[in-house]
Design a protein around this ligand. Structure first.
Ligand code: C5P
Length: 392
């Protein structure tokens, strides 16, 4: 997405660097439009390095390419952080006496503002009236937070934290088509202990499940993530229940499924666990050249959820298969969805270099009768959205 970050002249401009950084790290292209005053608070080289693009300030740069309207025309989203009392007043009046004003007027993209000013200015009737005008026009206002201001005083007026601004901005342009839904997502791979230091596990990183949980939150759902041994940190916007083994996952899923209207079982669950877990480390001196383990079957958690499904509850299972041939892969998926009884089955090919642990995925979604209802390939975030489209 093409995001314009407008920076106006307040001390909170130093925190705008964090806003730019977060958008860039999330894979967006960021154009910074800073006012002259903003550049007294934060350096152009800092913003150019972090945004990976030139910083735009003057109405009289790039005149031949009509830059004063082009930046706005190309924007998918405009975020003004910080937005001073003065810049909010100009925005409310539709003034275009600088590049940022022109950019906003020339754009049809959603606009998000993060006000930052002293409490008295924030509470001034002029500022209140300007904000009413902006909100009535559909502009999203994030914050301000309350707390320590630049001087010794504190109160409402602090700019919201960069991560909160970014989250609110992305929410503002994301359809809230899962609002009101309670979704349970499992992610990661279970580990079945042999002794206090060893386990049988799998290479699932949890990336796809976490991407589904994050995308569902962004689309307005309330999400519980049951996380088994993730390779990545789950964002703190998610309610996370951490588990280790298949039996722990089963207990957590059974409890959370009672209130969930959708269950998405993306976790790679061990089909078997060691029959006995010994209390002391297994010693090769006592075992000799070979070691035999007896494994017992784990309960099929997905099957259990389907059997206890409440009215209207949607259950989505996953099938990670190493089968290279598409038709044979689909046949495995069709047999599995029939066996498991889920409403949908997300089939994905896994292997030494595919599926598990990677940044991308390719999936085929079958409905309960084995008919292909959707296919997607790309980042795990984009694949997550295609899966959630089924619910929406
Ligand atoms: O049978 P298979 O392991 O291929 O099925 C995969 C699907 O079933 C996934 O959705 C996985 O989360 C779930 N599963 C489960 N309990 C198991 C094994 C798999 O819920 N013991």
């Amino acid at each position: 997405m093409n995001i314009v970050v407008g920076i106006t002249g307040g001390i909170a401009a130093y925190k705008a660097v964090g806003v730019v950084r977060a958008f860039v790290l999330a894979g967006h292209t960021v154009q910074v439009v800073a006012t002259e005053a903003a550049l007294r608070f934060v350096g152009r080289p800092t913003l150019e390095a972090i945004s990976r693009n030139p910083v735009h300030t003057s109405l009289f740069d790039g005149v031949a390419e009509v830059r004063h309207v082009m930046i706005g025309q190309r924007a998918d989203l405009i975020v003004v952080a910080p937005a001073t009392a003065n810049s909010l007043a100009k925005l409310a009046a539709g003034l275009a006496d600088d590049l940022l004003g022109n950019t906003i007027l020339a754009s049809t993209a959603p606009v998000v503002v993060a006000p930052a000013m002293h409490t008295e200015m924030w509470q001034n009737p002029a500022t209140r009236a300007n904000l009413d005008t902006l909100r009535a026009r559909g502009i999203t206002v994030v914050g301000p937070a309350s707390g320590q201001l630049t001087g010794a005083d504190s109160g409402p007026g602090r700019m919201s934290e960069p991560d909160d601004i970014v989250a609110a901005a992305l929410r503002a342009i994301t359809p809230q088509d899962l609002a009101g839904r309670r979704i349970l997502v499992t992610a990661g791979g279970t580990r079945e202990p042999l002794d206090p230091v060893r386990y049988i596990g799998n290479r699932s990183s949890g990336r796809q499940g976490v991407a589904i949980a994050e995308a569902a939150v962004a689309r307005g759902a309330t999400v519980t993530l049951i996380a088994a041994n993730l390779d990545i940190l789950a964002p703190d916007t998610l309610e996370v229940v951490s588990v280790g083994t298949a039996l722990e996952l089963q207990a957590a899923v059974t409890a959370a499924a009672e209130t969930a209207d959708t269950v998405i079982m993306a976790a790679a669950v061990a089909d078997y666990r060691p029959e006995a877990i010994v209390d002391a480390k297994i010693k090769k001196e006592q075992q000799g050249d070979t070691l035999s383990l007896t494994l017992v079957q784990n309960p099929d958690i997905l099957r259990g959820v389907v059997e206890n499904r409440r009215d209207g509850q949607v259950v989505i299972g996953f099938a990670a298969e190493t089968e290279p041939d598409r038709d044979a892969l689909l046949a495995l998926g069709r047999a599995k969805v029939a066996r498991k009884g889920s409403d949908y089955l997300v089939v994905n090919r896994v292997g030494w270099t595919e599926g598990f642990g990677t940044e991308t995925n390719a999936i085929i979604i079958l409905d309960s009768t084995g008919v292909i209802v959707s296919e997607a390939e790309g980042s795990k975030a984009s694949v997550a959205d295609r899966i959630l489209d089924l619910l929406a």
